[in-house]
Ligand binder design. Structure first.
Ligand SMILES: [Cu+2]
Length: 640
């Protein structure tokens, strides 16, 4: 799989920009005066009669408001259903299986548009339909097989992977429901990504800026949901953007039921790993997920790439092309709460059903975690990270890179005091843990009305109390300004044990990929494994090891491959995101896996003979890779 964010970066650096930006200001012409409505994908477009859908779509220019409805806006290209205002994302086509679809497409722009997605599913390719300026084309086709699909257009003649310009919101959901049943009670989300780099067009250094949206809106202006504990939620997510998005759900797992693309969609086979709290959605792919809102409180569903949830990824910062340092300075003084983030985030409130009693009477495990800064933690770059206090207070500049491995027991309460010794506010998220909302680590959000967790201000502390309900491989990390904080070292492995899941460092090997110093959009943080660029592991032939892979680099999609230069080893996945896999998904296979930020995976591996192996962690295009050298020793012969 490609590491698409760098493709975005590269492309945006090559784009030349002609369209006018408005903040606010007079519209360029009358077309630009039309305001793009936010489409929440609840209204099927067109008119459906006697098994036939009639739909008239126009491509127009419209003023898009990705944040506040009275906030900054920009002239974008958008789809409009005839007789209605333009919409971002485009009008949703939703029909039962067996429907004949007749679409009249008009292009009101003064340039050619290439439109894709108006064809029968499944399909193996789609040549698209070219519509000249002011041209009209008609197309009739059978909707085809049920699934989650989308249609989209480009006016810059780009493949989806490179479509980030003013045509980047020309996307619409296309849902085909099974025949003979009422449409399921679900919701549909189209992901959009607008990216621009003004300076490089003028020959200056690249300064790409991005705005990422769910159904046309960026957090905290995206939709929020209120469920009651125990409710089942069904969502369809469509990545119609040029980037991959590792989608993470706080508080509970989701089950991936279907996985697809613009062309085809299918249920997951029983052997495919389907349960996750983080799943990588690549550019152009779709997924249908289901989850039970199991515990009360405030939760998030969000992309785990830092830039797609960063408060600096706002339209105003694209329009003003502000230097990164300015944005950082402003960010540092922001009141930390939900406004500190922006982009691909959906808020979830779960109301309690009945009483909640804390049942465990076990003595809590007490830990004291300090968050500190080491000025030269990464040779020449400052590190921000954790240090575990054992006895006397650690030195002011001591930081563990990565953070200490925390080993907790399933069912035993943990009481972790986080002491913030930084001059920045912070918050710590126990990623993947099915715990109460209050200690979940989203400042200004976690908890419930009346008791919302604050950010941990400088010299302040926070006590996270929770009881891990499941044994497995998890990770903890900063949930504030991750480009700086998580990239700079605020991450560590979190292992929960029980009798069936012991943690024995002789056979349990943590492979933790994270950032190697502060990153930003102009220069991404490079990566390290277990805090170093040249990690080594010593194993013994014939012994079975549990490799606990954790990917928490917030700017990377990492491909792991274990083997020699010429051969790929075999391993057996046994857990994903901390949850054990069902037997039919836990089968031996070639030892490689792609992981987005926030994913973990446990793999059993038995080196069969002595020699050198390598576990390569590689990021395509972005240009860093970390090889972990594995020295396999001969099996020790038992002494007589
Ligand atoms: Cu993302």
């Amino acid at each position: 799989m490609m590491n698409q964010p760098s493709a975005v970066l590269l492309t945006s650096a090559l784009l030349s920009l002609g369209a006018a930006l408005h903040h606010p200001g007079p519209p360029i012409d009358n077309r630009a005066a039309a305001r793009a409505a936010t489409n929440d994908n609840r209204r099927p477009a067109g008119s459906l009669r006697n098994g036939k859908l009639e739909l008239k779509l126009d491509i127009v220019t419209a003023q898009w408001f990705p944040e506040n409805d009275s906030g900054p806006s920009i002239a974008m290209e958008a789809f409009a259903e005839q007789g209605r205002e333009p919409e971002v994302p485009g009008p949703m086509i939703r029909v039962p299986e067996g429907t004949e679809v007749h679409v009249t497409l008009h292009n009101s722009l003064d340039k050619e548009a290439l439109v894709r997605g108006f064809h029968t599913r499944p399909a193996t390719s789609d040549a698209g339909i070219r519509i000249p300026a002011d041209g009209t084309r008609e197309v009739t086709f059978q909707a085809g097989a049920p699934g989650t699909y989308f249609y989209w257009a480009t006016t810059t003649n780009k493949p989806l992977l490179y479509r980030v310009d003013h045509d980047s919101q020309l996307s619409g959901a296309f849902i085909v429901d099974p025949a003979g049943a009422p449409p399921p009670n679900d919701r549909v989300f189209v992901i959009g990504l607008f990216s621009e780099d003004k300076d490089s067009a003028a020959g200056g250094p690249p300064r790409p800026r991005e705005v990422a949206v769910f159904n046309g809106k960026s957090w905290p202006h995206s939709e929020r949901f209120t469920f009651t504990e125990g409710d089942t939620v069904r969502w369809r997510i469509i990545d119609a953007s040029a980037a991959p998005h590792p989608m993470h759900l706080h508080g509970f797992y989701f089950e991936v039921q279907r996985s697809g693309s613009a062309l085809a969609d299918s249920t997951l086979p029983p052997t495919a790993i389907s349960r996750a709290n983080t799943r990588l959605l690549t550019s152009g792919s779709t997924m249908a997920i289901r989850y039970v809102a199991e515990r009360p409180g405030n939760w998030l569903f969000h992309c785990h790439l830092a830039l797609h949830v960063d408060g600096k990824s706002k339209l105003a910062n694209i329009i003003r092309v502000r230097p990164w340092e300015d944005m950082e300075r402003e960010h540092a003084h922001m009141h930390h709460g939900i406004n500190e983030m922006a982009g691909l985030i959906l808020g979830i409130h779960v109301l309690p059903r009945g009483d909640h009693q804390v049942t465990s009477t076990a003595e809590p495990r007490q830990l004291r975690l300090l968050v500190q800064r080491a000025p030269n933690g990464y040779s020449h770059k400052p590190a921000i990270g954790f240090v575990l206090q054992q006895g006397a207070e650690p030195k002011k500049d001591s930081v563990m890179l990565p953070g200490p491995t925390l080993v907790l027991e399933r069912g035993r309460p943990a009481r972790i005091t986080i002491v913030n010794k930084l001059d920045l506010a912070t918050a710590v998220h126990w990623h993947g843990m099915e715990i109460e909302s209050y200690p979940d680590g989203v400042a200004g959000w976690s908890g419930m009305a009346g008791k919302i967790a604050p950010a941990i201000e400088p010299n302040d502390s926070f006590i996270a109390e929770f009881t891990p309900p499941r044994a497995g491989t998890f990770v903890y990390h900063s949930h504030i300004n991750e480009l700086t904080q998580t990239n700079s070292g605020m991450y560590g492995a979190l292992i929960v044990t029980d009798s069936a899941h012991p943690y024995d460092p002789r056979v349990d090997k943590i492979v933790l990929v994270g950032g190697a110093g502060p990153g930003n959009v102009e220069s991404r943080s490079t990566g390290v494994i277990n805090g170093v660029v040249n990690p080594q592991l010593e194993l013994e032939a014939g012994t079975t090891y549990r490799l606990r892979l954790i990917q928490i680099h917030p700017q990377a999609v990492v491909i792991f491959r274990l083997g020699t230069d010429s051969t790929t080893a075999r391993w057996t996945p046994v857990a994903k995101d901390g949850a054990d896999l069902p037997t039919q998904q836990s089968t031996e296979r070639a030892a490689w896996v792609t992981m987005g930020a926030g994913e973990t995976g446990d793999f059993l591996y038995t080196p069969d003979k002595p020699g050198l192996q390598k576990l390569q962690a590689q990021v395509r295009i972005a240009g860093w890779q970390v090889p972990m050298l594995i020295v396999v020793r001969p099996k020790r012969v038992a002494q007589r």
